[in-house]
Design a protein around this ligand. Sequence first.
Ligand SMILES: [Zn+2]
Length: 662
Amino acid sequence: MTSSINRREFPIGVAAAGCPLDATDSTPAVQTTTGLAEPVFCPLPLGSIRPTGWLERQLRTQAEGLSGHLDEFWPDVAQSQWFGGNAEGWERAPYWLDGAIPLAWVLDDSALKEKVKRHIDFIVAHQRDDGWFSPYPADANAKTHDLWSILLANKVLAQYHEATGDAKVLEAVIKNLKAMQQAMDRTPLFDWGKFRWFEGLIPVFFAYERTGEPWLLDLARKLRAQGFDYQSFYGGQDVTIPTARRGKWTYEKHVVNTAMALKAYGLSWRLTRNAAERAFPARMLEILDRYHGQVTGMFSGDECLAGRNPVQGTELCAVVELMYSLEHLISLTGDAAYGDRLERVTFNALPATFAADMWSHQYDQQVNQVQCTINNEQMWTTNGADSNLFGLEPNYGCCTSNLHQGWPKFAARLWMRTAGEGIAAVAYAPSAARFTVGGTPVVAATETDYPFRETVKMTITAGKAVRFPLLLRVPAWAHGATVRIAGGREEALKPGTFHRIEREWSGGTDLTLRFPMKVKTSRRYNEAVAVERGPLVYSLKIGENWTRVNAGKPFRELPHGDFEVRPTTPWNYGLIMDEARVETSISFSEQPVGDRPFSQEGAGVVAKAKGKRLAEWRLDHGWAGDVPIGPQTSSESVEEITLVPYGCTRLRVTEFPLIEGA
Ligand SMILES: [Zn+2]
């Protein structure tokens, strides 16, 4: 469907390049965006990409878990002020919608769509004449009010408009943005709104691309001018210093703000056209990796940036927000490295912090996580004793409401449009994308068990012969990658680039991509060794004993209870490994990918290595002690140990001390 606003009021062909407003529509795109630089790739409208294979199973599990039911029992969403109730009226209901909308539309789940529609219709119907939504305090004009939840709500409504074309929803966004523009003159951004100013650019740009109204760009400039200056902050020393354990909480080093801010200057580059701004996110990631990086592609933050120690935590909100930032950065820059990073976070950090049924989650996950208990001796920077539990709202309910966007937005951004009416595969997972080229319907589909397999089968099906470019991301780790088109000869692909195939596509054309996954190791905190293969990180498989806790607390009826997890098998192993010839030290074998691909039982790959236990490596403060600096010696006997993908574990050792000799 098409917005009723865009094509009527503005002339066709204002700008030559850029994103079609509706790729499912055969009419030429209207471009009103002369005021904004164009992204390299454009996301397809929500609902154009359907998950298949393991990804569909994963998303169904999510819809049948907390995401599809949170609004039925959790007061902060069920009785939210956004929906006419008396509970929380801030970020929680908009957060839930931000994930429930793409979940409903990527799955084409009519019951979930209906539920979402009811909530959105309520918000729009209760917008006040002055443009504010109903939870905004009636006297807010006379006082200060943090605009963060309003920035978020407009982003959510814009997403709903993209999915449905519902004109009244876009009109509601525009009306609210107008009110916001005036409010920001009275009360400049502060607190959360100040540190998340760039999230406001998303609905502002969305509205601008559909109306061409110049005041929207003034509003975008105002957001940027009043927002926190991350570029200066990342030029200083403070960001390089891990927050002290049980230390001081700050907005500047808040891990969720950090994950969100990664896209800030990519977005603002569209406004300023300053190339240094578009280059800044790569610099920011480099600093985060150097001082706070974790092997999962995340950085620590529990809840402020906490250094490289693998027992410091990473908050779930930061995982889903980093994914969303990376999806924007791929679109804005066309840089394949952001696709590699997106897969690393999605296939490792995301699934590992949920129970396999996606009813419970953690607040903080650890890379070396050997038990998850209510822990009053915890050494987080600022989080509390419950943060490591798998539960309904461990520590604080932000993750409970914000976790939903991770998988569905990933599914909705696997493919993006390119110049010349082309299509780019920016990340790989089983899926089918529908789009049109010059009015001809085309389907691009992948059939694969990647990331558990090296091969991706792809079929491009065109209704009639059409010419357009197909761009394939070649991961930087995939040395020896090849593609074979329509049974032709194998062509070599260059790692770390997008490979471009421009040809006439007619009927169904099969392609086979092969991304050889060679095992490699990296040295990390305390010289510890981590094992990676392709996009997956590997961890020690540990037996788990799940115990229910907090059963008497409100809303903890099963299936959404709280659980502690304790190990039933030893975890304190060092690795015996020839780092120069890692492939001789670890063997990998494929297994069927299970119904729940990110569970111990469903793991599609298992590895065997050799290790020895280290008697002196024990629990400390209820956590795995600091990794002993290797190479260590041990008089214990050599054992064969099993490693599984990080995303399949809930208890794990991922950064191992090295053991001398065999
Ligand atoms: Zn959170």
